[in-house]
Design a protein around this ligand. Structure first.
Ligand SMILES: [Mg+2]
Length: 300
């Protein structure tokens, strides 16, 4: 019988999201593939420093200690490296004791086409083109744009923060805002308050997190989720009713009415934050692992 990952939450991560490969990437950019390959092979036994997604991956894998055999989390490495240059990445995974055993090394080609074959719920990468392709194929994906050097967070709990429009939800309301302004947006959201919004690219991932959360009593939940949206009343109701219609739990909902999100994300102690708007991502990037979701009208 082949092994299947169907009961698991599967996260695909690029080697540059997991580890800090800035120095070797510089060698590749300035001196080409052969110099890069020599550089990595010469440093094969030197563990890489943690990258932006490292703390999140570590926390995700720790969930398996509490989940036992039922479901659990699988992290898959998807890399543009060849297996030869990727050996340093695997050695680093072993050095840090990360339970990652599956990988695709694509020898310079984009690894996004293996995302569906692995059954991934989320893809995190530093390559915007790979992320766009993954989103087009219907998988939640984000480009890590933060630069905090893989700093650890203060809590044991894994805390996700999501923007609403064009991330958890479709961009249908955002289109009205862009086309006709705030007043028209507020009026149309009020009128459509009882009409659930369409799902956005991160709805299936939120739903998979919700599934995992079911395994724990609420007071012991190792995962916490928050909606952090620029919406405010009267545009709140449609969002609340949409989540209710989906029957998906979200632990906190923060309606900011255009206030900067960063202070709120810090107060919530988010491990990772996803947003489609570049300005929100840039503001948060110095403080929180931040994934830009190149989806919807703001990115077209
Ligand atoms: Mg948005």
């Amino acid at each position: 019988m082949p092994v299947e990952l169907t009961d698991k939450l599967v996260i695909a991560i690029s080697s540059r999201a997991l580890f800090n490969l800035d120095a070797s990437h510089q060698v590749y950019e300035s001196q080409g593939l052969e110099a890069y390959s020599d550089y990595q092979i010469a440093r094969e036994e030197e563990p890489l420093e943690p990258g932006e997604a490292f703390p999140m991956v570590q926390k995700l894998l720790r969930l398996n200690d509490r989940l036992g055999d039922s479901g659990g989390v699988e992290v898959v490495l998807l890399s543009r490296n060849s297996a030869d240059t990727g050996l340093r990445v695997f050695n680093s995974i072993q050095h840090y004791g990360l339970d990652i055993s599956r990988a695709a090394f694509c020898g310079g080609e984009s690894p996004w086409r293996y995302i569906q074959a692995f059954g991934c719920h989320l893809f995190l990468s530093s390559e915007a083109d790979d992320v766009r392709n993954a989103l087009d194929s219907g998988v939640a994906a984000a480009t890590l744009v933060s630069n905090r050097g893989g700093a650890q967070s203060a809590t044991d709990q894994l805390r996700f923060a999501f923007d609403g429009d064009a991330v958890l939800f479709s961009d249908e309301a955002e289109r009205v805002f862009k086309r006709e302004g705030l007043e028209a947006f507020s009026a149309s959201e009020r009128a459509a308050a009882r009409e659930p919004l369409g799902g956005g690219p991160f709805k299936p991932f939120l739903s998979a997190l919700h599934q995992l959360q079911q395994a724990f009593p609420p007071s012991e939940a190792p995962i916490r989720t928050a909606l952090v949206t620029a919406r405010s009343a009267p545009a709140h109701e449609r969002v609340i009713r949409t989540l209710r219609a989906w029957n998906i739990r979200i632990d906190e909902s923060i309606f900011l009415g255009g206030l900067d999100k960063t202070d709120f994300l810090r107060a919530y102690q988010a491990d990772v934050f996803f947003d489609d708007q570049r300005s929100h991502c840039e503001s948060a990037a110095g403080h929180i692992a931040t994934g830009h979701v190149p989806h919807g009208v703001a990115n077209s």
